[in-house]
Design a protein around this ligand. Sequence first.
Ligand code: ADP
Length: 770
Amino acid sequence: MWSLLGIRYKILVLMLTISVVPLLLINFVWLNFSQRQLQSAAADRQSALLFSAAQTINDALDSKISTVVSASQDINVTNLELELAKVKLLQFADQDSEISRIALVNNKGDEQLIIKNGKLDTNLINVADSRPFQVVKLVSNEPFISDVWLLENTPYITISVPLLSFNRLGDQDLTSSEALARRFGADIKGALIVQVNLSRIWQTLVNARLGDDGYVYLVDADGDLLVHPSQSFEVLKTNFQDVAEVSKAKKLLESFDLQSVAENYKVEPEVTASETGTEVLSSNFPIARTKWALIGQEPVASVYSSVNRIATAALIMFAISIPLAITLVLLATRTIISPIRQLTDGVTKIGSGDFTSHIAIKGKDELSLLAGTFNEMGDNVRLLLDKLQTQNLSLAAEQTKLQAILDTIADGVIVLDADFNIVLANKTSARFVDQSEPTELNGKHWLKVFSLFYEDRDFTDEHLETNQHFFHDVTMRLGDKPMFIDLTTIRVMNDPNGIAYILTLQDTTQRRELENMKLDFVSMAAHELRTPLTAISGYLTLIAGDNVSQDEQKSFVHLAGANASILDSIIDNMLSLSRIERDALVINKHRIDWKHTVTEEVEGLRFMADARNMPLSIEMPDEDIAVWGDEVALREVLGNLINNAIHYSDDGQPIVVKVEKHDDKITTTVSDKGIGIPEQLHDKLFTKYYRAKGGLTTNSQGTGIGLFISKSIIDAHDGDIGARSVFGEGSDFYFTIEAFDEAKHRQDGAADGTISSRGKVDWFNKNTDR
Ligand code: ADP
């Protein structure tokens, strides 16, 4: 939790802790201490007040009793002289205004004399049944003090003393009880019954104050309220025994020796609930003589009011000062934090790679120094990075260069690490395994990419362990097509870049095929040449023989000539091939009367068709057809196509040579109903030495160069050559060349209409070539 807080809030919490906590603690201690002080002061107050109030009541009662006793003694009881008594009692009533009524009663209870409010009253009655009379006469020798009674809301008590038959004892110092004790056995002549107005005493209680809001009230032994500052009648009629302090006092009043209890009584205020339910600090004090109890109580709130006021003020101060302190701390910490924030932002930027950003912190404190160091570090890192980038760029350029060089190499090159995984490959090697990008080979084990067999066994990593080796005729399989390669391996020792082996893979498949084809070609060519040669020598032998008619001789010469022309065309083809291979094919273009040329060529080969009963026909438009080309070369093309048609058809099958004109193009097609060519072989027909396999060549002799030469010638004419063939049904071989255009070709060409497209020796001119 703490670690989640920002520095600013940490400082805030610390500052508040340092400043507020001790203050709160001091306040708390002070408050506690002050409250205790106040409570003890209040207790002292209560103790003093209750004590003095009790004293007042006791003194007042004592003085009243002794006054009444002394008045009774002043009266000549023995003879009960009323006139004298009247004088004495009037004097007595006059001296004490609180004496509201004095009644002199004889021992039968008859009132003899009444002084009311200082005056004689004639309304005399018998009070034999009244408690003041009875108690004095029958029960006690003690002066009697009645309960408090009210008359028109004024409190009174009645004090009565007996009138004894002996006269003055002359012992004024004796307490009333001692004096009365001495009267023991004396005859009671009557009683003096005095009503005392308590208003004055009560008023002193009402006026008594405990602190600001505390007061005192008086209850009797039953808990009935005698006087209360509120003074209201309702309150005065209430019994207070349920009030905690009153009930405590009641128990006390029940003490056996209440007098001595009261004398030694120590006030111990406690917090209780007052008669109105308020929390008060209360105490009581017994008045033994009347079995009354004084109750003092002061609201706790008022006891503590002074300190509470200070505490409230302190709280208000806190409430104001804490937000103020927080604001001040936050403001103050901002000056510390904002550079730290700037520093953090700057460092974050530098961390994310923005080394150009500088942390701008002014001043000379530690943070500014740190910022400076960071800026310096950023600069250094940037310089380093720039350097690295430049190095990287040149490295990348080097690599691109290297890759480019490698890619131009016709052989496959792969570089392996010590674990035989490819780290670099060129385009050719990728092409070997049908991958477009060399990088796709990177990281792979080389033998998983190139599955190689050498001497009929799997190639293994161990094969590379020699420093340098050349493996001839390694077979590589990719799909079902075998590929032959020559593999050169070089082992690199201790290369810092982790290069361990460099391998060169040279594709020898084509070369091998070509070599095989060449071998085939040589044997086929020998065979092809021998056939007409054998025929020629046969015919020559026949001609030289005896018994040969002239007609027969003619026929043999013709046949020998025909075979010689076959030989000628074979040799033509061979020469053409050699020139094509030497890149010495030269085309001399002329205007050719194509209908004438085609007819001548067909007629020249008719003897071959005739020999196999093949109808050979020509289809040509009526109009004149002239082409722009090399006549000798085009004758060779036409001858090759007709030758093939005858070769690859069964005896008796027709052959049609057709010439068509489309706009400025002339198409010549040789159609046969022969064996045809499977569709998948169509593409290869025009490649060198290619001879369709699988039974197609069984009945035929051939070298596999006729169509290749034909295509080369037509390409040199910017023409088009192709085949349409259905296997087993026959073939159409066609070529299209440019028609002669009077305007165009006269202008372009030489004066005689001849143009040499390559400017080389006209090798087709047999006179010069042979
Ligand atoms: P070749 O000397 O073998 O005839 P070419 O180059 O003239 O050589 O022909 C190549 C191959 O094409 C032939 O071996 C043959 O299999 C096939 N071919 C050429 N012309 C025809 C044809 N008219 N009908 C069927 N197959 C043909």
